[in-house]
Design a protein around this ligand. Structure first.
Ligand code: PRX
Length: 652
């Protein structure tokens, strides 16, 4: 299977929407034109009208966009609303008994929660948080498995105006501690553990470890008993979920907050060692979350929407917890993994819950495709009407398989390009309008002013490649990096002197105006759709006592998109193969402990020094070449010591 840029660039198959899909689509050609025209002639009015039409406000706003402190943009500034009210309460009159969440556990058992159930669960927990002293503006860390209680926790925070920050359950105690400390969290909501692929995974232990090492701001920990495994409960600090909500009312009056009040922080990797706390607003974020579910997923009242992302990532925020619920949809939540008990699990879940719209990552499609087409054919996938992908470019081969085998050759595939920072889809097809090209995320959504520019910031026309940038601010954009305004400006706006939001990806425009994402321009890796900083992994490696220096690069990988290759200099050289193999193991475990298993290097190579220029700069280009298995006979004359390349050619 080829996953190269070349294979994407030579792709020229086009899939226009079928007449049948077009006829029922919420956004058809006429509506699309109307939205685009309005966005062009009255940009702020375009977003303001949509904000009033789609969201419920307790206080209307008089200012659409405040750009007086650009690039710290504010939207709907003097308006007030509550995200949880918008996701739950306003649906109750008509949808009290409609399913909000269909949950399938790892072991196949299922639970359903109607909008009324969701309301009651969220209100009880909101009251429990208040009873524990959590106030508007306080930060709450959520470290949970993929179970409905994770969504209840998010909604409960939003309901009282507390700012949640979810830490993916696969991150280690160390990573959790860093995030708790950066956010200055008052509370942690966690579970004893979770179930994945028939195994029990511990979570509470990591919270204990994180709080032993630091995180002094945390006053209380709520523990949902999921696995019933033995955990330590610290008196005065820890309380079980059931004890916390015992006797709490199922009514809570949602606290209305300013549109700019932070709804959540989500930590993501950048080019430096320290993950950054991406801060999202309430009003602007919710607007784009709502709209993109309506426009891109074409969600209608009868749809059953399954986004497979964990709530620990932005995709789980916007397309599990907030967007579809804001629209009053039924969502599926799945606790397990795609290959347990076998690689037909995703398709079985789609069949059993009559999923109509399915959204997953290319890495999952590539992994499942390896098991062949017979497995999905054993399930009734006839209810599916739309498919989506996110997180990385999808190679045309995987696109075609997804389209033909999962989508019966009929379902449109929306390849959605966006980021933690953008809050919601930015460049994506409108399935009733856009002609699809496998491997392209197609065109910017109405109101999204995306361009490709060269080094000087000159906007490039069709057919060229360069830096992907967004010119005009949009409602769901990142507001700042928590505690670090300077880094916010530096990371996203400095490159072109505040004229553009700089995405960090390079892209190419074809002659039809379709965008093709080529990859990151910075030191960020995309491993199985997960974003990891090379510096973050390097810092973890260097913190091991035996490591003097380390450099990490990505290399193409058939299933994961990118794999992690680490080049390490040890304080004491190892000569024996067995010693080296043991050290590789030790360092992989070390990284898992420092960051999480997702950051474990796929391969580690040892040398006596890193390849550096005479001025001391690490030559990452060469390391990338070695990792890819390229023959490096090329010009290495600028290297301080050319002999060390040979050492790194050896794999362990
Ligand atoms: O490089 C792009 C890639 O994922 C990055 C954003 O990662 P993260 O903030 O973790 O959010 C992932 C889920 C939205 C982007 O800068 N990326 C995301 N979607 C696509 C993509 N690359 C190509 N095609 C996509 N559809």
């Amino acid at each position: 299977m080829s996953h190269t840029i070349e294979s994407i660039l030579t792709e020229n198959r086009v899939f226009p929407p079928s007449e049948a899909f077009k006829a029922q689509a919420t956004i058809n050609d006429a509506k699309y034109q109307e939205l685009k025209d309005k966005a062009e002639t009255d940009y702020v009015g375009f977003w303001s009208d949509l904000a009033r039409e789609k969201l419920s406000w307790s206080k209307d706003f008089s200012v659409g966009l405040d750009d007086s402190k650009a690039p710290f943009y504010k939207w709907f500034t003097d308006g007030e609303l509550n995200a949880s009210y918008n996701c739950i309460d306003r649906h109750l009159e008509e949808k009290e008994y409609k399913n909000a969440i269909i949950f399938e556990a790892d072991d196949g058992s299922t639970e359903t929660y109607t909008y009324k159930d969701l309301h009651d669960e969220v209100c009880r927990l909101a009251n429990a948080l208040v009873a524990k002293g959590v106030e508007k503006g306080d930060r709450v860390i959520i470290y949970m498995p993929m179970i409905p209680q994770a969504v209840f926790a998010m909604q409960a925070c939003a309901r009282i105006g507390a700012i949640h920050s979810i830490v993916f359950g696969g991150f280690s105690a160390e990573a959790l501690k860093d995030r708790i400390e950066d956010a200055g969290a008052k509370m942690v909501i966690t579970a004893d553990g979770g179930f994945r692929g028939g195994k029990t995974v511990a979570l509470k232990n990591a919270v204990d470890e994180a709080l032993e090492k630091g995180g002094r701001s945390v006053e209380s920990v709520i523990v949902y008993e999921r696995t019933k495994q033995a955990v330590k409960m610290k008196a005065g600090r820890d309380i079980t979920w059931n004890d916390a909500i015992a006797g709490m009312s199922n009514y809570h009056h949602a606290v209305m907050v300013n549109a700019e009040h932070p709804l959540f922080l989500l930590y993501t990797s950048g080019s430096t060692g320290k993950p950054k706390g991406i801060q999202h607003s309430t009003g602007g974020y919710l607007l784009n979350a709502h709209l993109t579910n309506e426009w891109v997923f074409d969600l209608k009242n009868d749809d059953v929407f399954w986004c497979t992302a964990d709530v620990g990532w932005i995709t789980g925020h916007t397309y599990v917890a907030y967007g579809p619920l804001s629209m009053g949809m039924t969502i599926v939540m799945f606790e397990g993994v795609p290959t347990y008990p076998d690689a037909g699990r995703f398709w079985k879940v789609c069949q059993d819950h009559a999923v109509t719209v399915f959204y997953t990552a290319p890495t999952a499609i590539r992994a499942l495709m390896k098991f062949g087409s017979d497995l999905p054919k054993q399930y009734d996938l006839s209810k599916l009407r739309l498919l989506g992908t996110v997180g990385e470019p999808i190679n045309p081969e995987a696109w075609i398989w997804y389209h033909d085998v999962i989508g019966r050759g009929e379902c449109p595939i929306v390849d959605t390009w966006w980021q933690t920072e953008t809050g919601a889809h930015m460049i994506a097809p409108l399935p009733g309008v856009t002609a699809l090209k496998p491997g392209s995320c197609t065109k910017p959504l109405p109101g999204i002013d995306a361009h490709i520019v060269d080094e000087e910031g000159t906007e490039l026309t069709h057919g060229e490649g360069g830096y992907l940038v967004i010119r005009k601010p949009w409602p769901s954009m990142v507001r700042t990096i928590w505690n670090d305004d300077a880094r916010f400006v530096e990371t996203y706006f400095a490159m072109f002197k505040n004229k553009y939001y700089v995405v960090g990806d390079s892209a190419h425009l074809d002659t039809d105006g379709n965008f093709w994402i080529m990859g990151r321009i910075d030191d960020v890796l995309n491993v199985s759709g997960h974003r990891l900083g090379t510096m973050e992994i390097e810092s973890a490696l260097v913190s091991h006592p035996a490591v003097v220096e380390a450099a990490v690069v990505g290399r193409p990988h058939d299933v994961k998109g990118e794999a992690i290759a680490a080049f390490v200099v040890l304080s004491n050289n190892l000569n024996e193969a067995a010693e080296k193999a043991a050290m590789v193991q030790e360092l992989r475990e070390w990284v898992a402990k420092e960051i999480g298993p997702i950051a474990k290097p796929d391969e580690i190579r040892f040398g006596t020094n890193l390849p550096k220029t005479r001025s001391g700069k690490i030559m990452r280009r060469l390391l990338r070449g070695i990792a890819k298995g390229e023959d490096l006979c090329g010009d290495t004359s600028t290297l301080e010591d050319p002999t060390i390349l040979a050492q790194f050619m050896e794999k362990h």
